[in-house]
Design a protein around this ligand. Structure first.
Ligand SMILES: NC(=O)c1ccc[n+]([C@@H]2O[C@H](COP(=O)([O-])OP(=O)(O)OC[C@H]3O[C@@H](n4cnc5c(N)ncnc54)[C@H](OP(=O)(O)O)[C@@H]3O)[C@@H](O)[C@H]2O)c1
Length: 244
């Protein structure tokens, strides 16, 4: 599918994958609505884009406000074809404190669902649209240091699978793409020294763009993570204590 002229909204466009995705989709001729909390970075990014852009400051951890902002942005853009639900935070939270855990759930789970819900109803009414969610390979890897993050990504992937089934049952022409990145070098991961098979943000994002073009159900970024997924899904729970 050609992305030329498509109206796309990206959450969490101020840095990392969201920022690079904005630039690559703009290069492909998309009209892009960019969102995030840091307005000055949205303005800076808008200045770098080749195509038309729209800016909306949005905090997804305030779900009802974010839903209103999304609706008004769709209105301003004159419609929406694709939404990329990318905004997310990670937290090691080794002390297992509640506040970072809650912020993570508010952002990665509640914010994700709220905006997916708004986009779903918009797409259902117009009888077309494409929902893209950024999950992670963490979704199938339990980890004692980042339980909240990994579980939030498991939620996202499982939720999107359910949404896809719901769409099919309702006979709606809406596509759903679950993106599962492995390690990509961005501000979220730049402090880490335990990563392997790390992709640059431009290479990883180019694979995300291809998955959107092909309207894939699921895409591992980079592709080799598919094999890790296939392997670890069959590891019995009692074995994880020796691995993690
Ligand atoms: N990098 C990786 O290796 C990797 C691997 C797997 C999955 N992912 C996922 O990919 C997505 C992007 O991550 P990244 O690596 O590009 O990280 P990043 O550079 O830290 O970018 C995160 C983005 O999310 C936005 N965001 C965070 N909290 C928000 C909130 N409450 N409201 C609105 N926007 C918010 C940030 O914008 P503001 O701060 O301006 O609001 C920022 O634009 C995340 O969902 C992450 O979990 C990343």
């Amino acid at each position: 599918m050609s992305l030329q002229g498509k109206k796309v909204i990206i959450t969490g466009a101020t840095s990392g994958i969201g920022r690079e995705l904005t630039l690559q989709l703009s290069e492909k001729g998309c009209i892009v609505g960019i969102t995030g909390r840091r307005k000055h970075l949205l303005e800076e990014l808008s200045g770098e884009m080749t195509g038309k852009s729209f800016i909306r400051q949005m905090d997804v951890s305030k779900p009802e406000e974010a839903q209103q902002e999304l609706l008004s942005l769709i209105d301003e853009m004159g419609g929406l074809d694709i939404i990329v639900l990318n905004a997310g935070v990670s937290s090691k939270n080794r002390e297992f404190k509640w506040e970072p855990e809650r912020n993570l759930i508010d952002t990665n789970v509640t914010g994700f669902c709220a905006l997916l819900n708004t986009a779903y109803h918009h797409f259902a009414e117009q009888r077309s649209g494409h929902i893209v969610g950024i999950s992670s390979i963490a979704s199938f890897l339990p980890n004692p240091g980042s339980m909240g993050y990994n579980a939030s990504k498991a939620f996202i992937s499982n939720y999107m699978q359910g949404v896809r089934l719901r769409i099919k049952k309702a006979g709606l022409p809406i596509d759903v793409t679950d993106i599962l990145p492995g390690y990509i070098y961005t501000p979220m991961t730049e402090h880490r020294n335990d990563m392997f098979w790390v992709s640059t943000v431009d290479k990883g994002t180019a694979q995300i763009v291809r998955a959107i073009e092909k309207k894939k159900f699921k895409a591992y970024i980079t592709r080799r993570w598919f094999w890790v997924a296939a392997l670890v899904r069959n590891i019995p729970h009692r074995v994880w204590k020796y691995i993690s």
